[in-house]
Design a protein around this ligand. Structure first.
Ligand code: PEP
Length: 247
């Protein structure tokens, strides 16, 4: 299995025409060394699916609900994401946790629902600046990790991606150093291995938080950094292509 993944989180950016232009541009390139995943806003999933058809790029969503259908105004189900062409879904992004008050329990339900529908969840975990300053980084990451993955691993399901995204590094221009990121990635790897065995070592561990064309290469030198979840830089084709080229 190729553990290298570069995931573009466009967040709440791009109109339909901007999404088309960006996706068409990226689809005209080859990415031999990594799996590229584009996660546009939900309203642009269909147009991006069209643009990347025939390329090796895959489609992901930025969120989903944990029910299949029904009276949940404004929500989108995992099954709907599969129908529009998604293979992946980002879950537990810090903006979902901190702006929209998503709890570990909700994220666990979403992860289970996504996997049941056939999606690969990209599970985001990471500490805030206050938690880091208070020396709580490892315990926060451990709880988020275990809550999101335990039920899956119990059932022998390991087809997931984990993204370590320190909240203080997201959209701030202040990336974790390769050493800081590797320390937590090693901790994640060791925690899952201790709990569920070496099979968990096939799980790609992505880093996210102000990744750009200048820091991508040095982060990727670390053995437990298998790629990136990229926000801001994924909206600029030259930057995103340079990050992909660093793999
Ligand atoms: C993100 O949205 O997950 C992210 C890492 O954003 P940025 O690259 O802009 O820090």
């Amino acid at each position: 299995m190729n553990r290298k993944h570069i995931v573009a989180n466009w967040k709440m950016n791009t109109t339909i025409s901007e999404a088309r232009e960006l996706a068409q541009n990226l689809a005209s390139h080859e990415f031999p060394n990594a799996q590229i995943v584009l996660c546009p806003p939900a309203v642009n999933l269909a147009i991006v699916a069209e643009c990347i058809e025939g390329s090796k790029i895959q489609l992901g969503a930025q969120n989903c609900y944990y029910e299949s259908k029904g009276a949940f105004t404004g929500e989108i189900s995992p099954e709907m994401l599969v129908a529009v062409g998604c293979t992946y879904v980002i879950l537990g992004h810090s903006e979902r946790r901190h702006i929209f008050n998503e709890t570990n329990e909700m994220i666990q339900k979403k992860v289970i629902a996504a996997v049941s529908a056939g999606l690969i969840p990209i599970i985001c975990i990471g500490e805030t600046l206050d938690e880091r300053k208070a020396g709580k980084t490892l315990s926060v990451v451990e709880t988020q990790l275990r809550d999101a993955t335990r039920l899956l691993f119990d059932k022998g399901i390991f087809n997931i991606i984990i993204a370590y995204e320190p909240v203080w590094a997201i959209g701030t221009g202040l990336s974790a150093t390769p050493e800081q990121a590797e320390e937590i990635h090693t901790f994640i790897r060791n925690t899952s291995t201790k709990d569920f065995g070496v099979i968990t070592q096939q799980i790609p561990l992505l880093y996210g938080g102000s990744v750009n064309e200048s820091n991508a290469q040095s982060l990727l030198q670390k053995p437990n950094i298998d790629g990136f979840l990229v926000g801001g830089a994924s909206l600029k084709p030259e930057s995103f292509l340079a990050i992909c080229g660093a793999v």
